[in-house]
Ligand binder design. Sequence first.
Ligand SMILES: C[S@@+](CC[C@H](N)C(=O)[O-])C[C@H]1O[C@@H](n2cnc3c(N)ncnc32)[C@H](O)[C@@H]1O
Length: 210
Amino acid sequence: MINNKEINNSLVKAYNHMAATYDKNRDAFDMTGVLNDFYESLEIKKGSLLDAGCGAGEPFADWFIKKGWQVTGVDLSDKMLNLAKDYVPQMKRICAPMQEVDFEDNSFEAITAIYSLFHLSPDDQKNILKKFFKWLKGKGSLLFTYATKEYTHHDTFSGYTEFMGEKLYYSHRTPDELENELTDIGFVIESFKYRDIGNETFLWVTVLKR
Ligand SMILES: C[S@@+](CC[C@H](N)C(=O)[O-])C[C@H]1O[C@@H](n2cnc3c(N)ncnc32)[C@H](O)[C@@H]1O
């Protein structure tokens, strides 16, 4: 039985515990290709970005701010957000689980959830994807990292696995189920691309709100 409160409490504890180490090791995950491809695919290249699970604000929030965007970062770890305060002071910081925040419809030109959405339970993922759709403006894009069997060794998964010495909750469905879920919500699929970054293979998904 999934207990969302328990999942979030364990994630706060784990990410608070590893905040400094995670941040020191973040450069091992080269995001240049991801950032360039996402930016290239954007139909609107200026505006407001929501970074859901922003961590220390690097490299995504920082990269977009340097390009003149306004960035709101949501993260449930106060220690990660403290790092972000130093690295990306211009980012608006909200310390909360992304499931609990709300924004007006049509608020953002782009939304990113980098290495974060897979920490939500399957139902919460479905709900937040619906919210992302509402919060995006027309022609806005969403980019997120999705776990698959290449990472968990299971076709579908909901459970705890180890990362940097911490037990973290992950969940995912199959890529086909995800694709159906996204198109049912109304998203147009731009790309489903497996990338091996820092010896970890994840599915990188870009979708568009027409
Ligand atoms: C692997 S880190 C990635 C951080 C950042 N996106 C990056 O690329 O460096 C995952 C982040 O997601 C945050 N997170 C996990 N579950 C979350 C949730 N339900 N709501 C908000 N933040 C969450 C964690 O606190 C952590 O900072």
